[in-house]
Design a binder for this molecule. Sequence first.
Ligand code: MG
Length: 195
Amino acid sequence: MHIGIDIDGVIANTFHLLVQELNAYFGVNNALEDIDDYDIYKVYGIGPEELKQFTLNKENILISGPDIIPDADYYLKLLVSMYEVSLISARQEKYFHLTKQWMEKYNIPYHRLILWGQHDKREVCVRLGVNLFVEDSLRNAVQINACNIPVILFNAPYNQGDLPGEIWRCHSWLEIYQVIDQVARLKKVAAGVEL
Ligand SMILES: [Mg+2]
């Protein structure tokens, strides 16, 4: 089984850091729970271009500074020992070195690191033959799932809403691991039935 895993909001706690930086810059005190839209610029009453400029100015801290999402390293070690694991992020390719350094800092293993440079990950998932994806953006999850790839959505205040198709909401890496395990079992059963 080939598992695709997003980085920001799934392995790296980037959103938390971004909210801290935006709060400091705009002199406000939004809590993470207040961020109910993935397009975070709407919460701060700015435009998408202004947010883009802000993140460009803060790129080093946003790539190198996030904490790890609890237990991501532990469960990634398990997953890498059992399945093929590709980290697939919308980050720009120019951040490859900083991203790799961050992964080394937190001892995060993987087979492949892809900085895709755009949010639409359908093409790369299909090309690589990804069977299951872990994501925190509801929009990305729905797109990927439209390619018949089941998706695990890592719960966040900004990705609430009904989940169509084979998209499962998980609240921790333990839950993510358990769902992956179940999907792998079902795949084995399905393969056995076909034989
Ligand atoms: Mg993400």
